[in-house]
Design a protein around this ligand. Structure first.
Ligand SMILES: C[S@@+](CC[C@H](N)C(=O)[O-])C[C@H]1O[C@@H](n2cnc3c(N)ncnc32)[C@H](O)[C@@H]1O
Length: 149
């Protein structure tokens, strides 16, 4: 479907999936607060109970306020949680946030821990939940500051 995402309704999206709710919704459209908020609302209305919303270009040097928009949106949707940050560390392949409904939080973390045991950054991501979200990275080493002295 080629369309302006802010002109789409959940019904438009679900008409492409025989009315079934969406398992994976990737957002990588217009990087403004207004459009991102609209895309987040659309994605949230379309995902099923186990669905995942993946947001591209979070923490991007060129779009430093995108993450702020996400956090403002999440404050209005407490049923959603960021369960993983994928740190791709490249200006053209930027960090992604992975979001699910709160009851699926542990499930997806456990699955990713099993699938990518060598890519877990040990400190995790602090979203102020009672448990940290996962951070996946290509080379998830902790810096050794003693080496710099
Ligand atoms: C970086 S590209 C996404 C590439 C895509 N994620 C992929 O892997 O093929 C961003 C795309 O978002 C589209 N886009 C930007 N604003 C949009 C909007 N308001 N509605 C729909 N698409 C939009 C652009 O035309 C462009 O194709």
């Amino acid at each position: 479907m080629q369309a302006q995402s802010h002109e789409l309704s959940p019904k438009d999206i679900l008409s492409y999936s025989n009315g079934k709710k969406v398992r994976f919704f990737h957002v990588d459209g217009e990087h403004t607060p207004e459009f991102l908020t609209s895309d987040l609302k659309l994605a949230t209305a379309c995902i099923d109970a186990r669905g995942v919303i993946c947001l591209d270009d979070m923490l991007h040097a060129g779009y430093p306020t995108l993450a702020v928009t996400v956090h403002e949106f999440l404050a209005t949707e407490p049923s959603l949680r960021v369960f993983c940050i994928i740190d791709r560390e490249d200006i053209s392949a930027q960090t992604k946030y992975m979001i699910c409904r709160e009851p699926m939080f542990d499930f997806y973390i456990d699955q990713l821990l099993r699938a990518f045991p060598h890519n877990i950054w040990p400190l995790g991501a602090d979203f102020r939940y009672e448990k940290k979200a996962l951070v996946l990275a290509r080379d998830p080493q902790l810096p050794n500051f003693d080496d710099l002295l």
